[in-house]
Design a protein around this ligand. Structure first.
Ligand code: C2E
Ligand code: CA
Ligand code: CA
Ligand code: CA
Length: 275
């Protein structure tokens, strides 16, 4: 209770491998939640440099009747310990296609997060194309954000698969760029269109500090390779102006909007235009 509302915490038995105990409980709760259809999607706007707003990231939400709201940081990690993450990512992708079909403005794009486990699944292309066909979506309106929580295993196969998806029209984004020490290797191997610099690097940037120099160098590296750059976690105008002048292409963060349910997207767009 001391953590306030919307926070869950599990009883931990110190003597009994606490992490394992908590983890397995969460894993089985996530699996039940999937069967019970307890997940929903939120959408966070991504501002394009020319301030035309045509892009969103789909972010999963879980409100459990028994546990309350559980952060995706926690339950996605739990799901990644099993193959459940693959089912979850497919579900999100299918929902995104369903929502995309409802946009009257066909230039809108949505980013979907795919865990590496999902990317490596043998049914990936089949699954994505089945949703694409069912809702008659143009793959050009979908960006696949590859998250780096796990290590790439079937490298050659994965690269070939991503190249095929890219030829279909999907964009490939390296998410959380710089956080994992695999980032540069992914950049070297994968057919990437864009990198997304993690909030971690953005939090403390000031025009004269180390964080800013790191971001500047990452942007230079990306531009040299002909890639676009999105920055995440932009919370202040100072950060926004610094990053905009620093050649970043797209901006995402609470300064513009928190993730919102699909029905609030239009209202959010109006608010952003007034900003
Ligand atoms: P991510 O892909 O790096 O997503 C960005 C996270 O930063 C989101 O948290 C978003 O709400 C948050 N964020 C964006 N701007 C700001 C800001 O200005 N300030 C602050 N404080 N936070 C900001 P969220 O929604 O909790 O998601 C956490 C992570 O969970 C995601 O990180 C992603 O790795 C994972 N995730 C979410 N949905 C999915 C999904 O459908 N599939 C997979 N595989 N992973 C997902
Ligand atoms: Ca992401
Ligand atoms: Ca992440
Ligand atoms: Ca991130």
């Amino acid at each position: 209770k001391s953590k306030g509302r919307n926070e869950i915490c599990f009883y931990e038995d110190q003597k009994n491998q606490p992490e394992k105990l908590v983890q397995s409980r969460l894993e089985s709760e996530v699996s039940k939640a999937f069967d019970r259809d307890e997940f929903t999607l939120y959408f966070q706007p991504i501002i394009q440099g020319d301030s035309s707003l045509v892009h969103y990231e789909a972010l999963i939400r879980w409100h459990s009747p028994s546990l309350g709201t559980v952060s995706p940081e926690r339950f996605i990690y739990a799901a990644e310990q099993t193959d459940l993450i693959i089912q979850i990512d497919y579900w999100v992708f299918d929902q995104v296609c369903k929502y995309l079909a409802r946009f009257s403005d066909k230039s809108k794009k949505v980013s979907v997060n795919l865990s590496l486990k999902t990317v490596e699944s043998v049914f990936l292309e089949e699954q994505l194309m089945s949703s694409i066909t069912r809702y008659q979506i143009d793959p050009n309106s979908i960006e696949l954000e590859i998250t780096e929580h796990s290590i790439m295993r079937n490298t050659a196969e994965t690269i070939a698969k991503l190249e095929r998806l890219k030829r279909c029209g999907f964009s490939i984004v390296i998410d959380d760029f710089g956080v994992s020490n695999a980032s540069l290797n992914h950049l070297r191997l994968l057919p990437v269109d864009k990198i997304k610099i993690d909030k971690l690097f953005i939090d403390n940037i000031k025009s004269d500090n180390k964080e800013w120099k790191i971001v500047e160098s990452i942007v230079l590296l990306a531009k040299t390779l002909g890639l676009r750059v999105t920055v995440e976690g932009v919370e202040t105008k100072d950060q926004y102006y610094l990053l905009k002048n620093g050649n970043c292409d797209e901006f995402q963060g609470y300064l513009f909007s928190k993730p919102v349910p699909f029905d609030l997207i239009e209202k959010t767009e109006t608010n952003i235009k007034e900003l």
